[in-house]
Write a protein that binds this ligand. Structure first.
Ligand code: HEC
Ligand code: HEC
Length: 339
């Protein structure tokens, strides 16, 4: 059999259902978000009841060791689904070492986290619950507790036909996450509606720079403006014991200090920036690119100093701000009372 046919067969058997709308459930994608690109795992189809359950779990601080921290604490809908902190604060005021990315559009990541260590939203969801600097709980404890809450027990029964398990908990949360998207930004209206006036003249000049002279589209491509793979920009590499990013997963020399390219939506709401939250403003982000990143042995060869005038910098900034979209209006649901 030719290599191509083998590859095709492998692809077909491993193919997840890539439907924008599962039977009986419709996901609403805002303008500019390519619903066709969404892959829903075959063993976790969407349903309204599962989304509703996942939403409660996402907002429930009782899943944490001391009942104070939920997913929404660090991925707060009112803060662009981040915490707007350099690095997150978990149970007991403990600090992690990385900046909380937005959950919006994370359904399109085929690798989750800055270093890509989780392959799916399902695989991602249980991490924070057991992370000692996040929710600091244990899965057996959380699952046992969920099964003591009548309101949760009945929902798990209705959705999954049985009691809460770690796997079902992850599936419900992932299902909810697959419903939250940002789009319909001025940039989306400009590209989708061919509405020239959706972008200001400055933002239009900024877009031309982004795609041209400033070479941002070497990495920030697609409808979310990310190639969703890893690059070393040198951020944080001057520290004594730097975070080696993707390398901690692959142990390949070339991956040292490489982090996943973040999507570029709602940037005015998600400061500070970069995997360690070390860059406070978008102006400073642009300055980092002007000098071609921070020099280190693993710097991505695509990073080269840029020569932009002050006006061009202002235009590029105007473009980045035009990526602010409509936030899904999600409010904390009421939670089932503990027994
Ligand atoms: C204490 C703060 C905190 C809590 C609580 C928390 N997260 Fe996060 N989240 C983070 C940080 C920090 C990262 C990045 C960590 C990394 O890359 O190593 C992250 C990463 C993610 C990502 C990956 C996004 C991407 O673009 O790669 C998703 C999805 C996510 N969290 C969802 C959740 C869910 C679901 C919960 C609840 C079960 C949760 N988080 C709880 C701080 C938190
Ligand atoms: C070589 C690939 C690459 C190129 C070229 C590139 N970026 Fe990035 N960008 C990244 C990566 C990777 C990060 C995260 C780095 C980190 O956290 O260590 C990032 C981070 C950012 C952030 C911060 C987003 C956030 O949520 O933290 C912005 C804004 C940004 N880039 C804009 C741009 C602009 C504007 C250009 C063009 C001048 C550009 N990028 C060129 C890969 C690239």
């Amino acid at each position: 059999m030719s290599q191509l046919v083998t590859a095709l067969l492998v692809a077909l058997t491993a193919l997840p259902i890539a439907h924008a709308a599962e039977k009986g459930y419709t996901i609403h994608f805002p303008k500019g978000v390519d619903g066709e690109a969404l892959e829903i795992p075959e063993d976790n189809p969407m349903s309204a009841a599962k989304v509703a359950l996942g939403k409660q779990l996402y907002f429930d601080p009782r899943l944490s060791a001391d009942g104070t921290v939920s997913c929404a604490t660090c991925h707060d809908p009112a803060k662009g689904w981040t915490d707007q902190l350099p690095v997150s604060t978990g149970v007991g005021g403990k600090h992690g070492t990385r900046n909380a990315p937005t959950v919006l559009n994370s359904a399109f990541n085929y690798m989750q986290f800055w270093d890509g260590r989780a392959p799916s939203l399902e695989a991602q969801a249980l991490g924070p619950i057991e992370n000692p600097v996040e929710m600091a709980n244990t899965l057996p404890k959380v699952v046992a507790w969920l099964n003591t809450v009548p309101g949760y027990r009945s929902q798990f029964q209705a959705v999954f036909g049985g009691p809460a398990t770690a796997d079902r908990l992850a599936k419900a949360i992932a299902c909810f996450e697959r419903t939250v998207y940002s789009g319909n930004s001025p940039y989306d209206r400009y590209t989708q509606d061919k509405d020239k006036n959706a972008l200001t003249p400055a933002a239009r000049r900024g877009l031309a720079l982004f795609e041209g002279k400033a070479r941002c589209t070497q990495c920030h491509v697609g409808f979310d403006l990310s190639d969703r793979v890893f690059h070393n920009l040198g951020v944080g590499m001057d520290k004594k014991d730097p975070d080696l990013g993707r390398y901690t997963v692959t142990h390949k020399e070339k991956d040292k200090g490489a982090f996943k390219t973040p999507i570029l939506r709602d940037l005015t709401k998600t400061a500070p920036y970069m995997h360690d939250g070390s860059v406070e403003t978008l102006e400073e982000v642009i300055d980092l690119y002007l000098v071609g990143g921070e020099d280190n042995p693993w710097l991505d060869p695509k990073m080269k100093p840029l020569d932009l005038t002050d006006k061009e910098k202002a235009d590029l900034l105007a473009f980045l701000k035009s990526l602010d979209g409509d936030m899904p209006l999600v409010k904390a649901p009421s939670l089932p009372p503990a027994p």
